[in-house]
Design a protein around this ligand. Structure first.
Ligand code: AGP
Length: 608
């Protein structure tokens, strides 16, 4: 997720581009840049770091003259944050400059194709391929070149394009990434989202997939891929800037919960090619995999809870023993580690101190390390032997949601990949798991469409004093995350228990009216869970049950039920977590809590 802006009009472009990018920094903030036509050529200035670095570099735009230009603020996916990898990316001769939001999945193949034809690349980005292809196909008609490029690239993109030969226009096109056109008086705009342009106009065109916009000072024309003109109705935006940054949601957490289908799809789809899982940048071989006598998983907070799920899933599918540790314990307990151990490190930020130190300790002891990280170029990503990135985009809310869900998706990709490498899966099982995996985003979407039911349950229980989450197997791991989400944003005391443990003492805390959230999504443990639910009901608990659609008998023993769609056992956590996030969110918002910035909680704990 990155932020794109463009301007063409009578005013200096650069100052507006910087103002627009400032409003889009929630979409990415690891580097930024602008390209402005200064009357003779494209002037491109870009820099690693927050937008302020660029603003200082060009004195708020005063150093870059010209009235047409594009700008970008980045959330790296391909190529760690650096001046060179920042956008705009430029073609060999400097004729084309491109800003991009999305992922060009087949960029490596296209890059090789162009290199063989003498094109030289300067960056590690997927985006530079677009700039180079534009120049490769350009024969004087910019739209022809754009269409040829779009016929070659695969993946998701929102593109802002400026050509030194055609300084009287900007070109914009999108597929699976958002892009709007702002309509002004004698000036027009491109933007990833409305906050960037609200200071200049509230009238926009929402671009649909594969529509090509030619934006000039006098007006905007929209074409389809056959160069047919498309009539468009402008939309008038009512939102204020703050609301717009949150996509119209009250909190970033709500926005990020709703972004999960796309985040999971963006993380999964580039890694499945022709019915096979392709983990491009990991170098782990089947032979190496066979040498591992054990897998350790280290992480903190919610990432540790993903580790709990990964233990069940990896052991079940690869039959390699897995141990999960909170990083702050692992690093000081002299774990038994050697070169026959794989240490899986999970972190959204890639900077959490305990997790980083635990990984360094594991490396010192000879382990092979593989990290699952959301921030490209972060310390954990840079220092681990292999890294698999989650593509959740920046997560602004402190309480993680979409990053958590993309980490689960990577765990499934990894488990299927490793199980296949170690011959633990038949071809049918492999294909079945891939089918279930690719169906997850739509099933998450379905649960989100049902969120009113959770909102209702939250309205019944937001005054609860104590809440117990119970479950067995993966549902126990999910209870831990459900409990943490509720605690960290609503300040209600809650605890998670393996349901079979309750009778060994803790059940004494369950009394009349105690709220118990019982997760019973596993078919083979459903009856066991029903008996645990009856135990707490017998003590007067109010029980909210969660299970899959086929288990309606749960209604006989619970006060309320929330049903999730069916999927294979190992992938149920991806569906179970959504209602748990929603419940915590609605309870906290009904209590008027500061959800995006819970009291004394940092996004990632880096200081020791
Ligand atoms: C979860 O909502 C919290 N933000 C926190 O527990 C977090 O998961 C933990 O600090 C680990 O952060 P990381 O994933 O960036 O390493």
């Amino acid at each position: 997720m990155c932020g794109i802006v463009g301007y063409i009009g009578g005013d200096p472009a650069a100052p507006f581009l910087l103002q627009g990018l400032e409003k889009l920094e929630y979409r990415g903030y690891d580097s930024a840049g602008v390209a402005v036509y200064d009357g003779t050529s494209l002037r491109v200035v870009k820099a690693k770091g927050r937008l302020q670095v660029l603003k200082d570099l060009i004195h708020d735009g005063k150093d870059v003259p010209g009235t047409v230009g594009i700008g970008h603020t980045r959330w790296a996916t391909h190529g760690a944050p650096s001046d060179i990898n920042s956008h705009p990316q430029v073609s060999d001769s400097g004729k084309f400059a491109v800003v991009h939001n999305g992922i060009i999945e087949n960029y490596l193949a296209l890059k090789q194709h162009l290199i063989r034809r003498g094109v030289s690349f300067v960056s590690e980005t997927d985006t530079e391929v677009v700039a180079q292809l534009l120049e490769y196909y350009y024969k004087g008609d910019i739209m022809d070149a754009v269409i040829k490029v779009l016929q070659k690239v695969e993946g998701s993109y929102a593109l802002g394009i400026i050509c030194a030969d055609k300084p009287d226009q900007l070109v914009a096109v999108r597929k699976d990434s958002p892009l709007i056109i702002g309509l002004g008086q004698e000036e027009n705009f491109i933007a990833s989202d409305v906050p960037a342009i609200l200071s200049r106009t509230r009238d926009i065109y929402r671009l649909n997939d594969n529509e090509i916009a030619i934006i000039q000072r006098e007006g905007v024309r929209i074409y389809d891929m056959d160069k047919e003109l498309i009539p468009k109705e402008p939309v008038h935006v009512e939102w204020d800037v703050t609301a717009a940054e949150k996509g119209g949601y009250e909190h970033f957490m709500a926005k990020e919960i709703m972004e999960q289908p796309k985040a999971v799809r963006d993380t999964i789809s580039p890694r499945i090619k022709d019915g096979r899982i392709v983990l491009d940048n990991i170098t782990l071989t089947a032979d190496q995999l066979k040498t591992f006598r054990k897998i350790f998983i280290v992480a903190c907070g919610s990432a540790y809870h993903v580790g709990m799920v990964a233990k069940y899933v990896l052991e079940k599918m690869t039959r390699i023993p897995v141990e999960v540790d909170v990083a702050s314990e692992f690093r000081y307990r002299e774990p038994i580690i050697d070169e026959k151990v794989l240490v899986l490190v999970i972190s959204q930020s890639g900077e959490t101190a305990d997790t980083l130190a635990a990984m360094r300790e594991a490396k010192r002891l000879g382990a092979r390390t593989l990290s699952i990280v959301n921030v490209v170029g972060s310390s954990i990503a840079n220092e681990s032997d292999d890294v698999i990135y989650t593509w959740a985009g920046p997560e602004i809310a402190v309480a993680t949601t979409k990053a958590y869900s993309t980490q689960l998706a990577v765990v499934y990709l990894l488990a299927i990949y490793m199980a296949d490498l170690s011959g633990c899966l038949t071809a049918e099982e492999y294909a079945a798991y891939l089918t279930e995996l690719q169906a997850l985003p739509d099933k998450i979407e379905k649960i989100l469409q049902n969120r009113e039911n959770i909102q209702y349950l939250a309205s019944q229980h937001f005054n609860a004093k104590d809440v117990f989450f119970i479950g067995r197997n993966l549902d126990y791991a999910m209870s831990l995350e459900g409990s943490l989400k509720l605690k960290e944003i609503s300040y209600i005391h809650s605890d998670a228990y393996a349901a079979g443990e309750l009778k060994h003492g803790t059940i004494s805390l369950v009394e009349d009216g105690t709220l118990v959230i019982a997760l019973a999504t596993h078919q083979n443990l459903f009856d066991k869970m029903m008996s645990n639910v009856k135990e707490v009901k017998a003590r007067g608990a109010v029980v909210l049950g969660m299970t899959t659609e086929n288990n309606t008998q749960i209604e006989q023993v619970t006060d309320h039920v929330f049903y999730i769609p069916q999927t294979c056992d190992v992938m149920l956590p991806s569906l179970t977590v959504i209602p748990l996030q929603l419940f915590a969110y609605y309870v906290a918002s009904m209590k008027g809590c500061d959800i995006d910035k819970p009291r004394n909680l940092a996004k990632s704990v880096t200081v020791e």
